[in-house]
Design a protein around this ligand. Sequence first.
Ligand code: SF4
Length: 264
Amino acid sequence: MTIYSHSRLSAFEQCPKKFKYKYLDKIKPEIEKTIETHLGSAVHKTLEWIYSNIKEINQDLKIDDIIVKYTEEWQKEFSENILIVKKQFTARDYFNKGVHFLIDYYSKHYPFKDGTIECEKRILIELDGEEYKIQGFIDRLVYNLETGEYEIHDYKTGNLLPKQEHFDKERQLALYSLAIKEIYGKDKEVLLVWHFLAHNKIIKSKRTNSQLENLKKETIELIKKVESTKEFPRNRSVLCNWCEYKNICFKEEREENFERNKKR
Ligand code: SF4
């Protein structure tokens, strides 16, 4: 039995070849990480720090304290080998982006007393008894006393802001809501909340129990497809520029073309 994750399934959907390199061949990528990943990680860790410590931190948590923490997180994992695809920007530009995200977030959410239960909550979803399981981490789980709803919060640091329809069909947080209903009761309402930090915007969505049952079935079908797949074609797109296997993939393709041409 393999425990799946949303990112594992997404990798398969986005590019089967990348999925193979990463999850089947377990090839160590040449690129350590991209600057976007680094930014996302530093911002996530800072927000986790705020909410995990909010009970101990005094009410006057200042934006300066948050920026100091963010700077520490940024520096801890920073290296000159981080890939910057958009050459018109420097690492400093990305660092400053994070500062802006946190200033906006602070203005909107201070004093951060919204009923947060847990950050980085690990969840395991049983889709079909013991056979198919999905694990994931919820950025932040909230119990909203005013509405009586559980809320699954997710932070996004990318520039892309899809339309509402995308969120009404989105898989990751919907799967996590299955786990929350398992823990707290199927009758509980679960609100899915995305924070698009680059846009200072919050998007919300909900699922009915019957939509969640369908999602379970669709996810099991997808896992079965992944497990029965024998061919892993490349899916070339603009995302290749950010792919950690780009060099391996392009080299392999050149060699395949060379061999093919030789046989002609
Ligand atoms: S470079 Fe592109 S085609 Fe190759 S594995 Fe990565 S995403 Fe897939």
